[in-house]
Design a protein around this ligand. Structure first.
Ligand SMILES: O=C(O)CCC(=O)C(=O)O
Length: 296
């Protein structure tokens, strides 16, 4: 098409014209539609790209105000030393979970060796108006050990593993309480939490208990839950009786149960007992976990 085609005559015929340098190019109607569509799509793509770029910039800015971390691949723990901590659900009332082979045999023996020189008769938490004296409720021997009592790092490793298993922070942990039960020794049914009507107001509450069994027991010595899942709750239960759900100690295994419901009230089904040892000896270490850091 030449310049001479841009004439009133051609215009009158409804033809479109396009200037390209000095040359006039004639475009017919479908070409105009295609042209418009092209610019529309191009504009749309440009604007969405622009908004994506500004979104990324904004997230980048937000990251500057927070902690950046590398996301881990699926199935990875981000921890070189422990990849998984297998467990089994034992009960939902109380919430109780069993961790086979939680500690090694060497770790168990090490904790027993650490505790042995310091064993003394186990004590009870005193209720309002009670005073210390002879009692027949808790007859084991025991001692408290802290992570700093063990320069080899075994207690530190166990405590760290408890934190990973429970997802509850170490800042909320009481010291380890290592216990030895000889023939006939036991701990009658009790709660680890402190009902305010019995113990008065407390600075903090025990949320959960993690036990690590340090020995096998030839007979008896189970940790038992007489009220598990609503059993024996008709008011006739004798607190010295070893009935209900019984967990048999196995050396190295861990056992976690919660004393509180998720709403922080006491789960009465967490009432538990250490059944009398019938044969052999029972060693166990208890870790009580609080709802606050400054618990005493
Ligand atoms: O020895 C056990 O199996 C349980 C210990 C216990 O009940 C406790 O320390 O509160």
């Amino acid at each position: 098409m030449s310049t001479s085609d841009y004439t009133p005559k051609a215009k009158a015929k409804g033809k479109a014209y396009w200037h390209w340098n000095t040359t006039k190019t004639k475009l017919d109607f479908p070409a105009v539609i295609v042209f418009c569509c092209f610019f529309f799509v191009f504009g749309f793509l440009c604007s969405s790209l622009r908004s994506q770029v500004s979104g990324v910039r904004q997230r980048g800015r937000q990251l500057l105000n927070s902690v950046e971390y590398e996301l881990m691949g699926h199935g990875k723990t981000g921890d070189d030393s422990i990849s998984v901590i297998p467990f089994q659900v034992i009960s939902w009332r109380p919430r109780a979970f069993y961790f086979p082979k939680f500690a090694t045999l060497e770790q168990c023996q090490h904790i027993i060796n650490l505790a042995k020189p310091y064993l003394a008769p186990s004590k009870l938490a005193l209720r309002k108006g009670e005073s210390e004296g002879p009692q027949d409720v808790r007859t084991s021997m025991g001692t408290f050990l802290s992570v700093s009592d063990d320069p080899t790092g075994v207690l530190d490793a166990i405590e760290e593993k408890i934190a990973k298993a429970t997802k509850l922070p170490r800042t909320h942990y009481e010291h380890f309480n290592v216990l030895r039960y000889e023939l006939g020794q036991k701990y009658d049914s009790h709660l680890d939490a402190f009902p305010v009507e019995q113990y008065g107001p407390q600075k903090s509450q025990r949320v959960a208990t993690f036990l690590v069994y340090l020995s096998e027991v030839e007979g008896g010595g189970e940790t038992a839950f007489p009220f598990e899942n609503g059993l024996n709750m008709d008011g006739s239960y004798d607190f010295k009786k070893c009935i209900g759900l019984k967990v048999k100690p196995r050396i190295g295994d861990g056992f976690l149960f919660y004393s509180l419901f998720p709403n922080n009230t006491i789960d009465t089904a967490s009432l538990h007992t250490s059944c009398p040892v019938i044969k052999g000896e029972k060693w166990v270490v208890t870790k009580w976990i609080r709802d606050q850091k400054d618990f005493f």
